[in-house]
Design a protein around this ligand. Structure first.
Ligand SMILES: Cc1ncc(C[n+]2csc(CCOP(=O)(O)OP(=O)(O)O)c2C)c(N)n1
Ligand SMILES: [Mg+2]
Length: 573
């Protein structure tokens, strides 16, 4: 087989069934190769950034990885933001780019981006876990394997292979053997540290059994596929669970033990349990405890009452106050279950008081201004549109959230019930990501209803990929909160005078008409009473439906707790 056939076959042998791409001269040999196989369905995106975002969405929703193919030079540079997004969210994204034949490097060939010129490989190095050129066809099989191991072993992240023309067209006489799953899911756990953490479950600061115990679950629980273990552990001991925004849905938000999201756009319940009256024991599972996940670092960690479990020691480097356990969150929970004999008497003794404390929290309001979800205001309140979509979408439907004020509304008011049903690029937050990423999600989960909550500013950046959803008949619902503004920036800027206000205002675009022009469906909503009907008809449509909701930009985001914590925090404390 040729180098191109080897690569496509190897990707398919890893259980992947789609590849997201934009063709071009430097990857021409892949076109007939794609025709020689049927295991990988090629999806041609409008732009390479879109293709890479699609592969990122596919990676997140499939639990495997996503593959993107593009030319080197301008094609690859278009993917940089998407690859950086995958890196910051730990999404396994494989980018294959084409390169000029090695004999022609540096001779001034059109689009040469080899090491002699733009150096694609170096360009991608800071945003990947591995970036290499396959400068000799004999290296293809083992360099592909290296890339795959970096891609799939924890902590997962993007990798890049640049394949010169000679490696694409060379005859290769080996086949790729799929990676051993034990390499991918190593379930690593530092036993000494885990053992040491047990003391926290037996006695709190005052030597008595800890009553107010809170679990804060981050994306590490999702990566470890440990949602079931988390649910079981929490239920066994009646421990309430908050999640980070990135991990929203990892614990059902309508469960009696749920506190909802903690941090940016989080609930009052999680703020009460974690901040107002710091718990006797805080168990942080798989969170790097970044700014947004710590409520702007106002979350207090002390060696007496905090256990942090994370595979990545550097994610805990600034948490020296805690009992740190290097390990996989799932492995820790399974291990903890085996220690029941050691912790049960303390946790049983404190159970009744814990339930009473939690009942006290749950008796208080969970959301800020929940009446906005029923607002009949015109222009439409974003909370109303988001609540209507939640009602229409099935419980196991998947929603993707973009970047802007709509992220705060969705983070606060949307209810998620299972892992990977609320998908968002929360760490880098690039505008427009969700629009193409949903294409990848729908390809990975053809049986699920997929919806996107995005903004008009995001549509300006990547709305064109609605054309890709239309081309492949993907029935994605795009809810565009069209407030005629770069909304969350405008909320700050308009207070600074007319120029900042004008610079953050957008012209009102007919996004429904735009979608129809691209071969999709489009509905314009100016009255909130029409939202339900619009979502119902979108759910029946064959291709994508853009629902252009004429919303107001003036409605404040529900981040009162976040703002108060940020205002109270001082670097010099
Ligand atoms: C690629 C990129 N550029 C700029 C930003 C800064 N930014 C964050 S949100 C936002 C405005 C988003 O506007 P829109 O999509 O209309 O959403 P809204 O805030 O109105 O809900 C901007 C400019 C960003 N996150 N990503
Ligand atoms: Mg907007």
């Amino acid at each position: 087989m040729l180098g191109t056939d080897f690569i496509l076959d190897a990707i398919a042998r890893e259980g992947i069934d789609h590849i997201f791409m934009v063709p071009g001269g430097l990857v021409d040999p892949f076109l007939p190769a794609l025709g020689r196989q049927s295991a990988l369905k090629p999806v041609v995106a409008a732009q390479e950034g879109g293709a890479a975002y699609m592969a990122d969405g596919y990676a997140r929703a499939s639990g495997k990885f996503g593959a993107a193919l593009c030319i080197g030079g301008p094609g690859l540079t278009n993917t940089v933001t998407a690859v950086a997004t995958a890196l910051t969210d730990g999404s396994p994204l494989l980018v294959i780019s084409g390169e000029a034949a090695t004999a022609l490097e540096g001779l001034g060939m059109f689009q040469d981006a080899s090491s002699q010129t733009l150096d694609d490989v170096s360009l991608l190095r800071p945003v990947t876990r591995y970036s290499s050129s396959v400068d000799n066809p004999k290296n293809l099989a083992h360099l592909f394997r290296h890339a795959l191991i970096h891609l799939r072993s924890a902590p997962t992240g993007p990798v890049h292979l640049s394949v010169p023309n000679d490696s694409q067209v060379a005859t290769i006489d080996v086949r790729h053997e799929p990676l051993n799953p034990a390499l991918i899911h190593a379930r690593v756990l530092s036993l000494d540290a885990a053992e040491a953490s047990l003391r926290h479950f037996k006695a709190g600061r005052d030597g008595k059994p800890p009553v107010r115990i809170v679990i804060l679950a981050g994306a590490g629980v999702e990566h470890a596929e440990a949602a079931t273990s988390l649910l079981k552990f929490a239920e066994t001991w009646d421990m309430p669970v908050a999640t980070t925004l990135r991990a929203k849905g990892i614990f059902p938000e309508d469960h009696p033990l749920s506190l909802g999201v903690f941090g940016y756009s989080g609930t009052h319940h999680s703020r009460m349990a974690l901040l107002d009256n710091p718990p006797d024991l805080l168990l942080v599972l798989g969170s790097g405890l970044n700014e947004r996940d710590t409520m702007h670092w106002t979350l207090r960690l002390s060696p007496q009452n905090t256990v942090c479990v994370n595979l990545n020691p550097s994610a805990m480097a600034n948490q020296d106050n805690a009992s740190n356990v290097v390990g996989d969150a799932g492995a820790y929970l399974v291990w903890l279950e085996g220690q029941t004999g050691q912790i049960s008497s303390a946790l049983d003794a404190s159970r009744a008081a814990r339930k009473e404390w939690l009942a006290g929290i749950h008796a208080q309001p969970r959301f800020q201004d929940p009446e906005n979800c029923e607002s009949s205001a015109i222009p439409i309140h974003p909370a109303r549109a988001i609540a209507a979509l939640r009602q229409a979408l099935p419980r196991d439907g998947i929603v993707l959230i973009d970047s802007g004020a709509h992220r705060a509304f969705a983070g606060h008011y949307w209810q998620s019930y299972s892992p990977l049903t609320y998908i968002s690029a929360t760490n880098l937050g690039p505008m427009g990501w969700a629009i193409p990423a949903a294409v990848g999600v729908q390809c990975a989960q053809p049986g699920k209803k997929v919806a996107v909550i995005t903004g008009d500013g995001c549509m300006h950046m990547h709305g064109i990929e609605v054309a890709t959803a239309a081309r492949y008949h993907l029935p994605i619902i795009y809810l565009v909160i069209n407030n005629g503004a770069l909304g969350n920036v405008w909320l700050r800027a308009h207070q600074l005078g007319p120029v900042p206000a004008e610079l953050t205002t957008l012209p009102d675009v007919d996004w429904a008409g735009f979608a129809r022009g691209l071969g999709g469906n489009g509905i314009t909503i100016t009255n909130p009473a029409d939202l339900e009907q619009a979502f119902q008809s979108a759910l029946q449509n064959q291709g994508p439906t853009v629902i252009d909701v004429k919303a107001g930009k003036q409605y404040p985001t529900p981040v009162h707790d976040w703002s108060a914590a940020s205002a109270a925090w001082s670097y010099h404390e």
